[in-house]
Each structure stands twice: as structure tokens, then as C-alpha cells.
Design a protein around this ligand. Structure first.
Ligand code: F0G
Length: 475
């Protein structure tokens, strides 16, 4: 049969010009940014794949919703639209809006975690773990082993390993586990989904022991897409019904609406428990704002309500994940080591394999992100040793098994031609990896260091006068 292409289910009504810079300009910019792509000015970036967070293009409907903002301090009608949207699509009883996902994580952690508690999760996320530790808990990774192997083709690498969860319960006792934080389409594993079978089983196990399960629903719609594609019995189900079923097994969620829900700012905590909701409403006024706006403008809540409904449309999610797949296949076909299977929100390049000559202490992923920017103005993000930070007890660097850079695709923003430019730049670097040198960290912030750490490049032995293999060029 003749191949028939498909295209994005929208056309472009407004454009934002972007600027290509010279290689010299980019070399200067990355040096000024301390070789950290978070510290670049966006005006110096050509194609910005730093994150899919808050970077989506809103629809004309969402922009129209912005004009219907009801900026009353209390009881804004946009709060009630959002409440209805969350109820219809996520199904939870109580909604507490927050300015973004970490606001919700902060509330949940403060409300539920006591010092000394263990908080299991299917791989850490930076802000989530930070809030758990700040509340006195320690994070325990209960994800399946395959998640730590970039080459494993396991279709549901986000799954919780039930044996790991069982042995944690045996070891510390259910009363020291305030909840399981269950992330859908696990970000740090490469945008890898959980199966419905696993979600059902792990929720049943936790509930048997009286342990609630809170979903990190940030990319639950993308997870629903993979369940529909890969899990028996779901091919004919709507994304909307799969999402509702995922949530129905759990007790609530924290949500960064800046991803799935197609808005530039916003998040929420949603729970079924009446008493917990009451406590959350008492706390949200301290940190975020009144319980009917949680740090958001009325217009932001309206855009979010509309974005939630758009996010579950089948043609939207197919195009969104289809674009990620297009870029992934181009890289995979050329032999670039990427996390397999291709995930939902971006392509994760295995920097340890891409740059085998750079030891982990010299941050190969950070170095690759900087080199990619210099080559083509494409901005990516480190997701390896720098992001993992230090062990809170020993103070030692954590070197996680995954040393990745993430090319994260904003939703509805870039075209297939942009994807080609990105792929060609990665392929050029892949042909000449020896050009990329490791980095030395020269400034290390105390919290979430990857955002603001600064580095200097190491120069190869031949270019240095010392007898050591490489030395840094400190400013
Ligand atoms: N949970 C997950 C899985 C996330 O990916 C993020 C944010 C958050 C929680 C926190 O939400 O940013 O709204 O406060 N991830 C962004 C990223 C920053 O680039 O992956 P937030």
C-alpha cells in the first residue's frame, strides 16, 4: 500500500522569529554561561529543546480563554472551570491550584511526611525529591531495573518493581511510608510509561498496607497514549478514559500543568481525602495564595482548563508523540545511542556512550549539551551526574546509572524541518566525539545545583603543559 503521511492537527496563525547566531557568538555565550545551558539567554538560542515545561504553544481557544479571566481575589469563575476540567479528566474530588508542580509537591510533602519517613517513587525527580527531603523524608527508588538500562527495550520502563516495594514495606514498616509517589511517563528514565496492569497492582499492594498512592500526573496523558499503543485491551479505548482509569486507582496527584496541559504556568494538587484537602487548603494560603487561585491569575486557570480538554484529544497526542518519534528514529537509524524505546516528551542521548573518553567525574552529559549548543544553537539539558546532586548523608556526588542529555520537545512549537536541523547537528558531533572535552565544576549551588552550576572546560594533555591527562582552564 502507498504510504500516506500525516501532519499536525493545526495550522500556524502567529509566528515568533528566532535568530541563528555565528559559532563565535555561541562560543562566547556558552563560556559566559559557565557551560550550563540553563544560564544561556534564550535570545542566543536557535532551537530551544531545554524543556517541554511551560514552553508549549497555546491554541486560539486558550488565548480566547485568557480574555475571559476573572481576576477576583476569591471565587473566580475560572477556578470553577478548572475544577470542572480536573474533575472530568482526572476524576479527583478536591482541587487545590498551585503556581506550578513543585508548589503542589511542597504542600503534599509538608502535609504527609514526618522526619525519618521513607518515600518510595519510580525514579526520583529533582524537585519532588527535594521537597521530600526538605520535609525530613528520604527517597527510595522502587522502579524496575530495566529503567536504569538505556538499551533495554522493555515497553513499560516506568513500572514499579513490586518486590522492591514489598521489601521496603517489610524493612521500614508501612507506618513509616507516608505515600508512594507514582510518576507517569517517568521523566528521568527517558519519558517511559507505566502499564495499567502495573498501576493496578502497585496501588492494590499499597492500599493493602494502608499506604496512599499519589500520582505525579505531569505527563499522564502521554503515558495513556503508550498504554493505548502497547498494552493489550486498550487499543480501542479513548485517551480520556485511559487517563481517568489511571487516576481512579490512586488517591490524588501532584501536577505540573506546564507539560501535558499546554499552559505556560500552573499546576495543582488534587486529592480524594476530605481531611487532607482541608489541611492542604489551610497550607496553600501560606505559600501560594487563596485556595481558589493558588498563585495563578484567573486567566491562567481558564487557559489550563481548556488545555486539559485539548490534551486528551487523540489527534493532538498522536502528533505530539509522533514528532518525538520522528526525531528519535532519525538519530537511532544513524547509530546514535539514545534511550530506548523512544519516550514521550523528548529524546535522551546516552552521553556516557556518546563520549566514552570523558569520565563521569568530568560530566560527559553537561559537556555534550554545551557542545551541541556551540555546534548549532540547539539548547538541550543535562540529566545525569550534575542533576543527581550529592548524597544528603555522605555529601558525595551521586553518579546515577543514566548519564543523559535530553532534547525535549515543546508541544505544538517546532516543525519537522527544525527536527532535521537538530538531528544533523547531533550526527555531526557523533562523527567527531573526540572534539568534546570534559568539564570541571567551579561553582556549585546548594540546592538543585544543575540550574545554576558553572563549569570550565578541560583541555587535552597535548594542549596543556602539565603531566596530567587533562587540566581545566579556570577563568
Ligand atoms: N514532576 C515532573 C515529572 C516534572 O517533570 C516536573 C518538572 C515537576 C514535577 C515539577 O514541576 O516545574 O511545574 O514545578 N519538570 C521540568 C522539566 C522542570 O524540565 O522536566 P514544575
Amino acid at each position: 500500500m502507498k504510504r500516506r503521511s500525516w501532519a499536525e492537527p493545526y495550522k500556524i496563525k502567529m509566528v515568533e522569529p528566532i535568530r541563528m547566531t555565528s559559532r563565535e557568538e555561541r562560543e562566547r555565550a556558552i563560556a559566559e554561561a559557565g557551560y550550563n545551558t540553563f544560564l544561556l539567554r534564550s535570545q542566543d538560542v536557535y532551537i530551544d529543546l531545554l524543556t517541554d515545561s511551560g514552553t508549549s504553544a497555546m491554541s486560539d481557544r486558550q488565548w480566547a480563554g485568557m480574555m475571559r479571566g476573572d481576576e477576583a481575589y476569591a471565587g473566580s469563575r475560572n477556578y470553577y472551570s478548572l475544577e470542572a476540567a480536573v474533575h472530568e479528566h482526572y476524576g479527583y474530588k478536591h482541587l487545590i491550584p498551585t503556581h506550578q508542580g513543585r508548589g503542589a509537591e511542597h504542600l503534599l510533602s509538608q502535609l504527609c511526611i514526618n522526619p525519618g519517613d521513607s518515600v518510595p517513587g519510580n525514579m526520583y525527580f529533582t524537585t519532588t525529591r527535594h521537597h521530600q527531603e526538605a520535609a525530613g523524608g528520604s527517597f527510595v527508588d522502587v522502579i524496575v531495573n530495566e529503567a536504569h538500562d538505556p538499551a533495554s527495550e522493555h515497553p513499560f520502563k516506568g513500572n514499579v518493581d513490586l518486590d522492591k516495594m514489598r521489601s521496603l514495606i517489610e524493612r521500614v514498616g508501612a507506618e513509616r511510608i507516608p505515600y508512594l509517589s507514582l510518576e507517569t511517563n517517568v521523566n528521568m528514565a527517558g519519558g517511559q510509561p507505566c502499564s495499567m496492569e502495573n498501576i493496578r497492582a502497585v496501588c492494590a499492594l499499597c492500599h493493602e498496607h494502608g499506604i496512599p498512592v499519589y500520582l505525579d500526573a505531569t505527563r499522564a496523558v502521554e503515558n495513556a497514549w503508550f498504554i493505548k499503543q502497547r498494552e493489550a485491551g486498550f487499543a480501542d479505548r479513548t485517551i480520556k478514559s485511559i487517563l481517568l482509569e489511571i487516576c481512579s486507582h490512586t488517591d490524588g496527584c501532584t501536577m505540573s500543568a506546564k507539560k501535558d496541559s499546554l499552559v505556560n504556568i500552573g499546576g495543582f494538587l488534587a486529592v480524594n481525602d476530605d481531611a487532607l484537602a482541608e489541611r492542604a487548603r489551610n497550607l496553600v494560603v501560606v505559600y501560594e495564595g487563596l485556595h481558589t487561585y493558588g498563585g495563578l491569575a484567573g486567566r491562567d486557570m481558564e487557559a489550563m482548563a481548556i488545555g486539559i480538554a485539548e490534551s486528551v484529544q487523540e489527534d493532538h497526542i498522536r502528533a505530539r508523540i509522533g514528532q518525538v518519534e520522528y526525531l528519535g528514529l532519525r538519530l537511532m537509524d544513524a547509530g546514535v545511542p539514545i534511550v530506548r524505546p523512544i519516550g514521550g516528551h523528548g529524546i535522551f542521548i546516552d552521553a556516557a556512550r556518546f563520549l566514552p573518553h570523558i569520565p563521569r567525574e568530568r560530566f560527559p552529559a553537561q559537556a555534550l549539551a554545551a557542545a551541541l549548543y556551540v555546534d548549532s544553537g540547539v539548547r538541550s539539558m543535562e540529566r545525569g551526574g550534575v542533576s543527581a546532586g550529592r548524597d544528603p548523608e555522605t555529601g558525595e556526588n551521586i553518579f546515577p546509572s543514566l548519564e543523559l542529555i535530553r532534547l525535549t520537545l515543546p508541544r505544538r512549537v517546532y516543525t519537522q524541518a527544525h527536527m532535521d536541523v537538530v538531528a544533523e547537528s547531533v550526527l555531526d558531533l557523533h562523527e567527531h566525539p573526540e572534539q568534546v572535552q570534559g568539564l570541571e565544576m567551579v561553582h556549585e549551588p546548594e540546592h538543585l545545583r544543575f540550574f545554576q552550576a558553572r563549569f570550565v572546560p578541560m583541555v587535552p594533555a597535548s594542549a596543556s603543559c602539565g603531566g596530567i591527562a587533562a587540566q581545566s582552564v579556570r577563568p
